[in-house]
Design a binder for this molecule. Structure first.
Ligand SMILES: [Zn+2]
Length: 171
């Protein structure tokens, strides 16, 4: 398993529902967590590892807590108004920019035992959940980035496209 980079087409497509967690889903989800740590991320969505499924792993940033796995997550409530924050994405190495996100979210999801649960998040964790759930809809943070920041990253984005095209013709 590896992290796929923009503009891999899987990143641009809405992912299908998982529906029921099987052993195969558990196995893949378990592989995503060390990969996320290895890449110094705090969130990773299944399409980012080339897997078309509505599943994500996210860490709330609290010392001593484990990353959470959310299967078929759904945002029930967004609130607190918008807050600007700096974001990066493991599928966009070297690219950072300001994105406005809701300050709080309440999300319903299933865990790996097929049990529904809800999580209320604020601040950075709310931002991570919104960013990762966007991935499940094929929405990328560069499209939500402040236009000035997107413009500042233009050359880096073009380099990612060129690198992807080189890799596609190599294999
Ligand atoms: Zn991302």
């Amino acid at each position: 398993m590896r992290v796929v980079h923009y503009p891999d087409p899987i990143l641009l497509k809405p992912a299908p529902l998982v529906g029921r967690v099987t052993d195969e889903v558990r196995k893949k989800a378990a592989e995503m967590i060390p990969l996320m740590h290895l890449e110094d991320g705090i969130g990773l969505a299944a399409p980012q590892v080339g897997w078309a499924a509505r599943l994500l792993v996210a860490w709330d940033g609290e010392e001593g807590t484990e990353p959470m796995v959310l299967v078929d997550p759904e945002i029930l409530e967004k609130g607190g108004g918008f807050e600007d924050g700096n974001e990066g994405c493991l599928s966009f190495p070297g690219i950072f920019g300001t994105v406005a996100r809701y300050q709080t979210v309440r999300v319903r999801a299933m865990n790996l035992d097929n049990q529904p649960f809800e999580v209320s998040a604020e601040g950075l964790f709310a931002r991570v959940l919104q960013h990762e759930i966007d991935h499940l809809d094929g929405v990328l943070f560069v499209t939500r980035m402040k236009p000035a920041d997107r413009a500042a990253n233009k050359a880096k984005l073009e380099e990612l496209v060129a690198r992807f095209e080189r890799r596609s013709t190599d294999t």
